[in-house]
Design a protein around this ligand. Structure first.
Ligand code: NAD
Length: 497
């Protein structure tokens, strides 16, 4: 399909893709595919006010009924999966199965949220006072601003929106300025669900297009109590303090520097498969991509040889083509950053395999993935480079491996490959990995939506998706009810008059 046919199949009209000020290029070949209309910053107060109005109505709609809207969204996404997946490929450069996988993730979170809409519950707590009952109630918070990154251009929105909507919160989405087309197409899918739902308040789900200035309008508004921001630690470092300064609630999902420890007992063939997918999948542009391999000195050379062989066989090129496993980087600037980091690593004593510009489709930024044996965990290794660079480090004892794994500013995802129970449990223990995600015999990327997703330290501390991440979108109220004819005080305090 041509780019124009892909845009049309995803339901985008000429009016939506022409005449605007935001140029959109496809990473596949660098082609200019659209000029999208940006939201005027002066309109932001009215957009936020509409969201507040919608909140007044939506917060009193019973949660299972709110779940019906998300169920319909899931249905509409199922119907549009192929077209939206192809648009993700066009706009973010993901290979076909990953583009489709991203839409599947949207469907999965909808299913989760529909079930959740009948499972929003609080505790009943024993009161110390006779004739009293204590309980927790969870209430909607208000508008949720969603700022998303280019690399999961639609799934991140759905993780937040599906939960926020069943929790009773309207949403305002500011997608990455690099991927507005998938956002517009997703919004059209949402509109079909809203139409079928019937009586949702106007302004319940809104989309704003633009760069950081538009995001900042959400970040700075007291009328947007929740800001869920996904992106670089640089962005989180600006957004987090601003939201905190106005007493809002930030949910921050920022950069990772994810590691795998490979122990002497590991099933190396399995480890190699996991390493290759985690390190080069999505061209190394996942927040959970494997960036550091910490291999026991006794197996390190063997592992590097196996990986170098596997890397040499990976098909790089047009992400739409069957068989391609590595598509393009998002743009030339990203490729230049990768090459600069490789040069820095080399200067720090790194032995580099791969990591070169490669032919793909003319106009796109294609690279071979880099494998870099490092003498130590240097400053360059401690940084997240959003590209397929895998640094390899050696270790002697498990304590040393865990120290290296934790000795970076980020704390998103981690894993160990071992068949030794003591090593696995130590890695998962309080003295083990300090990340939000820690796996055994599974790579660090490709999380399921059923678990809470997020990380510690400079990754931001936010949690999204499954488990009880929904609580981040609601306010907790503690209720004490006195059904006695007395008024006893807690802690035995007497106040008779
Ligand atoms: P980015 O930080 O450049 O941009 C992310 C979003 O933030 C964009 O929508 C951008 O417009 C917006 N933004 C930037 N500055 C802002 C500001 N001052 N105020 C408000 N909004 C602002 O990130 P990117 O290049 O699009 O994405 C890659 C990064 O995202 C990587 O670091 C990756 O690890 C991270 N990421 C993290 C997760 C996670 O769940 N932890 C998921 C996906 C991506």
């Amino acid at each position: 399909m041509t780019h124009a046919e892909t845009l049309k199949a995803a339901g985008l009209t000429q009016a939506e893709i022409t005449g605007g000020t935001l140029a959109v290029h496809s990473p596949i070949d660098g082609a200019l595919v659209a000029h999208v209309h940006e939201t005027n910053p002066v309109d932001m107060p009215a957009i936020i006010a509409r969201s507040q109005e919608a909140f007044k109505a939506w917060r009193t709609v019973p949660a299972p009924r709110r779940g019906e809207l998300v169920r319909l969204l899931g249905e509409e996404l199922r119907a549009a999966k192929a077209e939206l997946g192809a648009l993700v490929t066009l706009e973010a450069g993901k290979i076909t199965s990953e583009g489709l996988g991203e839409v599947q993730e949207m469907i999965d979170i909808c299913d989760f949220a529909v079930g959740l809409s009948r499972q929003i519950y609080g505790l009943t707590i024993a009161s110390e006072r006779p004739g009293h009952r204590m309980m927790e109630t969870w209430h909607p918070m208000g508008p949720c601003g969603i700022i998303s990154a280019f690399n999961f251009p639609v799934a991140v929105w759905s993780w937040n929106a599906a939960l926020a909507l069943v929790c009773g919160d309207p949403v305002i989405w500011k997608p990455s300025e690099k991927t507005p087309l998938t956002a517009i197409a997703s919004m059209k899918i949402m509109e079909r669900a809203l139409k079928r739902f019937g009586d949702a308040p106007e302004g319940l789900v809104q989309l704003v297009i633009g760069g950081p200035a538009i995001g900042e309008a959400l970040v700075n508004s007291k009328d947007v109590p929740i800001i869920s921001a996904t992106g670089s630690t640089r962005m989180g470092g600006i957004v987090g303090p601003k939201v905190a300064a106005r007493w809002g609630r930030p949910i921050l999902e920022l950069g990772g520097n994810n590691a795998m420890i490979v122990a002497p007992s590991a099933d190396l063939d399995m480890a190699v498969r996991a390493i290759v997918f985690s390190a080069v999948g999505t061209a190394g542009q996942r927040c959970t991509s494997l960036r550091r391999l910490i291999a026991h000195n006794s197996i390190k050379d063997d592992l590097v040889a196996k990986l170098a062989k596997a890397y040499a066989s990976l098909p790089i090129g047009d992400p739409r083509k069957a068989g391609t496993l590595i598509g393009p980087l998002i743009d030339a600037a990203s490729r230049d950053r990768m090459l600069a980091q490789i040069a820095k690593a080399r200067a720090e004593g790194g032995r580099v395999h791969g990591g070169e510009p490669t032919e793909g489709v003319a106009g796109g930024a294609y690279v071979s993935p880099a494998l870099i044996e490092m003498p130590a965990q240097t400053d360059t290794v401690r940084e997240e480079t959003f590209a397929p660079i895998l640094y390899v480090l050696g270790y002697e004892t498990l304590d040393e491996a865990i120290f290296i794994q934790n000795d970076v500013p980020q704390g998103l995802s981690s894993c160990i490959f071992t068949l030794n129970l003591r090593e696995a449990e130590t890695f998962l223990s309080a003295a083990g990995s300090d990340c939000g995600i820690a796996n055994v015999n599974i790579g660090p990327s490709g999380a399921e939506i059923g678990g809470a997703f997020g990380g510690e330290k400079e990754t931001g501390g936010g949690r999204e998706s499954g488990s009880d991440a929904w609580k981040g979108y609601m306010r907790r109220q503690t209720n004490t009810i006195n059904y006695s004819a007395q008024l006893p005080l807690a802690q035995g305090v007497k106040f008779d008059f």
